[in-house]
Design a protein around this ligand. Structure first.
Ligand SMILES: [Fe+2]
Length: 422
């Protein structure tokens, strides 16, 4: 497949400490020679099978020698550079994708992130399409933070069949990786988590006392028998809620994103049957301190950590009473917004309905369960690293580039390289 003009070098020039490239789309890039030297990828310094640098690379990168020659390959697809101690080649597409400055604007894929409310149609796929439409449902998950996969076999294996297309699930601190959600016996409920009762369950973030919280979360309907009234779960787009709060209540947004607050969890029992010796292994007492809403460097929301059961106060001596009062009021506002039904995407977890969702972005809750209802769901978590790796690997594969050029790229560079062909 031919390359888009943006990924073909039209002409180059160089000085002792820089390389300049004019690209086929008219954009220009300037690369410092020290960066080129430390990024060398030939087999003298970089092992092409294991994709790791050799120890000789340390000394090579530290040596400050002037560039003595630069040549453009005839097809514009590579640049050859020489120092007095070494000559090497750089892939042109790779060079273009590394430049995150002005030149990146023309090649950046458009952001398809959708902020939604209760009127949105959530992307829905079928279990039979899990492999053939993998990139589509993962992209939908990225853009909406939520995807439904219907007709999933209602077993642990069915759940893992889908999740393993992303990667391994997260090891929980409980006895099992796949967990069971159902109304618990009263005596256990009181000790484990009263939210597993049958009352309205406030929207919340799962694993909110981990830092960061687990990235992906999922529920699979396994048993559902509701003779009197449906049990409805709902999801809330936390990015949408925070966008509205930033616009309408900037003071509340400011205090929730800047004041670190504590989250704690102390749990001495689990749902599963355990011997007293086993149970000790799962004892859990943790504390984090972080703003409940964490921002990225560019000011966008990174994650929302909202779990009203796990508030554990502040390092109060660092703040005045007014700030803490503002924080408490802002938290109540966040709670009210999360409960507002116009933000709720509703779903009934009938057998085979699988929801995979971004637990950094979405909160989830449930309406009351009628006492005659029998209902069971399976759930599992996946870490940010695993989800991000799969996203990177899928885009890397699409680019068709050699592994040595895919190594070490930013997520953005990998998405740019995935679109380098016509
Ligand atoms: Fe939950």
């Amino acid at each position: 497949m031919p390359l888009k003009p943006a990924f073909v070098a039209k002409s180059i020039s160089f000085g002792h400490n820089f390389l300049r490239v004019l690209w086929g789309d008219g954009a220009r890039s300037l690369y410092p020679a020290s960066w080129l030297r430390v990024s060398v990828r030939d087999s003298a310094y970089f092992e092409p099978n294991s994709l790791l640098y050799r120890p000789e690379h340390i000394e090579f990168a530290a040596k400050q020698l002037p560039l003595v020659d630069a040549k453009l390959r005839d097809d514009g697809g590579a640049v050859q550079l020489s120092w007095n101690d070494h000559a090497t080649e750089y892939d042109a597409s790779w060079l273009r994708a590394q430049d995150g400055g002005e030149a990146s604007v023309a090649v950046k894929p458009p952001s398809e992130r959708v902020l939604w409310d209760g009127s949105a149609r959530i992307p829905t796929f079928n279990y039979a399409e899990r492999e053939t439409r993998k990139l589509e449902w993962m992209t939908a998950l990225k853009n909406y933070g939520l995807v439904y996969i219907e007709d999933t076999p209602t077993t642990r294996e069915g759940l893992l069949d889908v999740l393993h297309l992303i990667g391994v699930v997260k090891q929980r601190y409980h006895p099992d990786d796949v967990y069971v959600v159902e109304s618990l016996r009263k005596e256990i409920r009181a000790k484990v988590d009263f939210s597993y009762g049958g009352d309205y369950l406030n929207p919340h973030t799962d694993t909110s006392t981990y830092l960061p919280p687990t990235r992906l979360d999922c529920f699979l309907g396994q048993i559902y028998d509701a003779p009197v009234r449906d049990t409805t779960n709902f999801f809330v787009d936390g990015y949408r809620v925070m966008a509205d709060m930033r616009r309408e209540h900037p003071g509340a947004f400011d205090v929730l994103t800047s004041v670190p607050a504590r989250g704690g969890r102390r749990r001495l029992t689990v749902e599963e049957d355990c011997t007293p010796e086993e149970l000790k292994r799962y004892h859990w007492d943790t504390l984090i301190e972080s703003p409940y809403v964490v921002l990225n460097d560019d000011g966008s929301v990174k994650w929302v950590q909202f779990a009203w059961t796990k508030r554990a106060g502040f390092s109060f001596w660092k703040y005045d009473d007014e700030t803490l009062a503002r924080h408490n009021v802002a938290y109540e506002l966040l709670h009210r917004m999360m409960r507002d039904e116009r933000y709720h995407a509703r779903v009934v977890f009938r057998p085979g309905v699988l929801a995979i969702f971004d637990n950094w972005r979405l909160t989830h809750g449930r309406h009351g369960v009628h006492p005659t209802t029998r209902r069971r769901m399976l759930g599992a978590f996946m870490s940010e690293d695993i989800w991000r790796s799969r996203w990177r690997l899928i885009h890397a594969e699409q680019s068709g580039l050699e592994g040595k050029w895919l190594y070490g790229c930013t997520d953005e560079a990998l998405e740019i390289l995935a679109g380098r062909n016509e």
